[in-house]
Write a protein that binds this ligand. Structure first.
Ligand SMILES: Nc1ncnc2c1ncn2[C@@H]1O[C@H](COP(=O)(O)OP(=O)(O)OP(=O)(O)O)[C@@H](O)[C@H]1O
Length: 289
């Protein structure tokens, strides 16, 4: 169980990025964190693993108060939080297998870590995870030879080999095409189910959040303004989170597509075509407004 109580973050610049955040994440729950650019989503995730220092408040993971930890205790606590990043954060010149095994570095002693010597059990687990994420054919490939979707699969396997209690996922699909984005979100969802693993996923794509999360939390200007199920995220809730927009037409799956049609290679005519799309519609409010 992860519990945030009255968490505030004020950056030295004066930006009040988080304002009195109260949030409890039960075991096994997959929570999507949505909200406009600058709402504080990344700050919230980074306060949990202390990449960003909260200004005040309490963050507890199981029985451990994370905000008071330092040194070795903080390192040990971080092992129980798997991070998956938008930019993958792989070591480019290392192979897929080596990148996954690097998730174990927090567990091995200094010399083993320095020499990158891993226990046989870790290597066996890395093979198993790579098979699970569909990369068993690519274990010897260098990270810089992988596609975006493959890189994110490596990032997922590396986070899981830590045996975390919670996954902190920061815009996992931001650099991926729509189909790969869905595959990655489905994979994260399935792995959380299989391992009864809780996750906070910072994501801009509302449709993906609705499809793959158990719960959606909406942030606006550092405050929680929505906390509910994917079904409860209606046009009114989206307006509260993102501001006025024609959410109903988007949620009902009808969009007007304006087409620029070239006639004889020269004159341009503007046409509007009503297009029916099946739910959930993939739209990204951060980009749309
Ligand atoms: N290192 C920093 N120093 C100063 N201000 C910061 C820093 N990081 C973030 N902020 C500010 O804190 C607020 C929240 O930013 P944050 O990146 O957490 O939002 P976000 O919801 O993740 O945005 P996005 O969706 O664009 O990534 C913004 O006003 C931002 O300018």
């Amino acid at each position: 169980m992860l519990t945030l109580s009255q968490v505030n973050k004020r950056y030295p610049t004066g930006d009040h990025a988080l304002v009195g955040i109260d949030l409890t994440l039960p075991p096994g729950q997959v929570m999507a964190l949505i909200g406009p650019s600058g709402a504080g989503k990344s700050t919230l995730i980074r306060c949990v693993n202390r990449l960003v220092e909260p200004t005040s408040g309490s963050i507890r993971l199981e029985d451990t108060e994370l905000t008071r930890l330092s040194g070795g205790n903080l390192r040990r606590a971080r092992r129980s939080m798997g991070m998956i990043f938008q930019e993958y954060a792989l070591v480019e010149r290392l192979t897929v297998m080596e990148n996954v095994l690097s998730g174990r570095l927090g567990y091995v002693g200094f010399w083993r870590s320095f020499l990158r010597r891993y226990a046989q059990a870790d290597i066996t687990e890395a093979f198993r995870l790579l098979e699970r994420v569909g990369l068993s054919h690519a274990i010897d490939k260098r990270a810089d030879a992988l596609s975006g979707g493959q890189r994110q699969r490596v990032g997922i396997a590396r986070a899981l080999i830590q045996q975390p209690n919670v996954l902190l996922v920061d815009e996992p699909t931001a650099s991926l095409d729509p189909k790969t984005s869905r595959l990655i979100m489905r994979l994260i969802r399935e792995l959380c189910n299989e391992r009864k693993l809780a996750a906070i996923i910072n994501i801009h794509d509302v449709a993906l959040a609705q499809q793959f999360a158990d719960r959606i939390v909406g942030l606006r200007a550092g405050k929680i303004v929505f906390d509910g199920t994917p079904q409860e995220l209606d046009a009114q809730a989206l307006t509260t989170i993102y501001g006025e927009e024609e959410w109903d037409s988007q949620l009902n799956g009808e969009v007007d597509v304006e087409l620029d049609v070239e006639v004889n290679g020269e004159a341009k005519e503007r046409q509007t075509a009503g297009q029916q799309v099946s739910r959930p519609l993939s739209f990204t409010p951060g980009e749309a407004i």
